[in-house]
Design a protein around this ligand. Structure first.
Ligand code: ATP
Ligand code: SKM
Ligand code: MG
Length: 188
């Protein structure tokens, strides 16, 4: 990790948290490039280690199995990994996990408005939440209601992050990454 971030926060991992489609994976890659440090995405780690895509894990093994693996790999990485780690949208919905992430690194919440989240989720094809139990795509209205309810359950966890990035405040991911580095440097 380069620059002031390393100087002030040696051996600390940067955890990017936030609701699904808030931009964690997108920002994480650029942030790691700028900090010249390793980057990992928790969803990719799960897919790689399980040998299946996320949607397939949800379909074949069920969500509780996915959450168990997500927790297991996250706790392992929180202990051993140094760099930028983008979390999955549901990975930090647990008080014990929040405490652990805050103790092991710098936890950052990416705050993105629900309207943008819904548009991004609708534009994707793979997210498990898009489909009902028969594999049929949900309507925009049903999805919006479900995402809003899910967000209100999770909000109390996201908001415990000491740093928050309002993702609407930037005209590019590059600019957002620079602002994130500034925030980290100002965070003691
Ligand atoms: N700053 C941004 N400006 C415009 N589009 C963005 C921005 N950040 C992300 N996106 C787009 O939004 C979608 C979701 O982004 P991304 O996959 O990074 O979200 P995520 O938070 O990692 O989601 P998940 O919780 O599923 O892992 C992608 O299509 C991405 O290109
Ligand atoms: O918010 C969620 O529940 C999820 C977000 C994604 O990152 C994936 O972890 C998966 O699609 C579930
Ligand atoms: Mg992601």
């Amino acid at each position: 990790m380069n620059s002031e971030v390393k100087q002030h926060h040696p051996e600390k991992t940067i955890f990017l948290s936030g609701f699904m489609a808030s931009g964690k994976s997108t920002l994480g890659k650029v942030l790691a490039q700028k900090l010249e440090c390793p980057f990992l995405d928790l969803d990719d780690v799960i897919e790689e280690r399980e040998g299946k895509e996320i949607r397939e894990i949800f379909d074949k093994e069920g969500e509780p199995y996915f959450r168990q693996k997500e927790r297991e790999y996250l706790l392992e990485l929180a202990k051993d990994f140094e760099g930028v780690l983008s979390l999955g949208g549901g990975a930090s919905q647990d008080q014990g996990i929040i405490e652990k992430l805050k103790a092991e690194g710098i936890l950052i919440f990416l705050d993105t408005p629900m309207e943008q989240i819904v548009e991004r989720v609708l534009n994707s094809n793979e997210r498990p939440i898009l489909f009902d139990e028969n594999g049929k795509r949900k309507t925009k209205e049903a999805l919006f209601a479900e995402l809003k309810a899910l967000y209100s359950d999770r909000e109390k966890f996201y908001k415990q992050a000491p740093l928050c990035i309002d993702t609407t405040a930037f005209s590019s991911v590059e600019e957002m990454a620079e602002a994130t580095i500034d925030k980290i440097n100002r965070h003691v």
